[in-house]
Design a protein around this ligand. Sequence first.
Ligand code: TRP
Length: 457
Amino acid sequence: MKKEASERSSFSGKFGYVMAAAGSAVGLGNIWRFPYLAAKYGGGIFLLLYLVLSVTIGYTLIVSESALGRMTRKSPVGAFSSFSKKPISKASGWINAVVPMLIAPYYCVIGGWVLKYFVEYCKGSVHELADDAYFGNFIANSGSVELWFIVFAVVTLFVVFTGVTKGVERVSKVVMPLLVVIAILIAGYSMTRPGALEGVKYMLVPNFKNFSIMTVVSAMGQVFYSLSIGMGILYTYGSYLKKDVDIENSTNQVIAFDTAIAILSSLMIIPAVFAFAGGTPEALNAGPALMFITLPKVFDSLGFGTIGGMLFFILVLFAALTSSISLVETSVSTFEDELHLSRTKSSILMGVITIALGTLSALGFGVLDMIHLPHIGSILDIFDFLTNSIMMPIGAAATCFLIIKVVGTKKIEEEVSLSSKFRLKKMYDVLIKYIIPVCLIVVLLSSIANAIGLIEI
Ligand code: TRP
């Protein structure tokens, strides 16, 4: 059933919107993905680029997507088609809408890893987990990875299907601040270990020697991923937004909060890579495994590591769960709105997609490890690359194109100005018309060049 404007529920106000947007923004992207990318792509220089890109391109795209959502009161496919009936318009909406459907499955695989670590800490395996080989052995064991993935995915699907999302949101309002407190404590401990200062320097001081085109590409992909841009989420949130909520100001708050958590997580993990693993290039290049290899060493060196590990992983589990719920929920409502399926059928369809694609990613480090692209990695990395480095730039470019060619920046300015001073209007204009389209093309071409091995990272 199509939801009409009057039936759409709305956020209670700015606070509700910021919390919802921040809730979907803060997740494994901040705690797991940002630190491993920062470690791999040059530390301080990655951080610097990330900051610049998030307040320019990130800001502009969040404002655009939220304004388009609020203007049309529709999610992406509907929003695009409401401006133009051309097939390309509908396709552009779908590009945005498909991304969460492809992220959700592998997100649940990582959620499963987190769950496994939580359970192991509960069992008191604090020494075993700190072993260098532990993580590698675990992910190579396909049966075990699949099992934890299924548990995490089923919990996510159950919450979405039964509609108890509100309850989870209430829990996460308590969990988020707690997570911040624990992360500050862990970061403080990590940074004061012998040898950790080198890691703090690596993370905070830009070193231009570490710069490469892939630093830009990965920083940009991370801006998209972490702020949930280029995938229709913010259209949907914008469509629930009341006309008097200050879009500009809320956007700034979401970016600030999200970035703060990403930096905090890096300060927890990267100094520990230096203190416990010497900060060698191999240690820094661990990729998706980094958090799971490094943090257990920190907990093992603590007197109360079992409790520390349990507490940390349960909090991360909640952060991951709120994000995976929001990913699945968005996809389910796209099916309801666009394919006119019932809620039950939409949930079943998304359940099948999640389990099928997630299983591929889960098995990709074990029985399916022959499927491996030389410049990208395992199946999970391939999904991550496809969504973040290929589809999101295309989705974002479609939004730019819609604004430049069809809607006009004037309309967006009017929409934003209903409730904001829109001080950065000039910057917004230049970015959306010229800079962002060029950057997106560069990112897309570099991603493709990297994938086929034309440029080396
Ligand atoms: N931003 C989330 C994170 O940092 C991940 C994510 C990407 C997401 N797209 C999303 C979460 C859509 C919810 C909805 O972990």
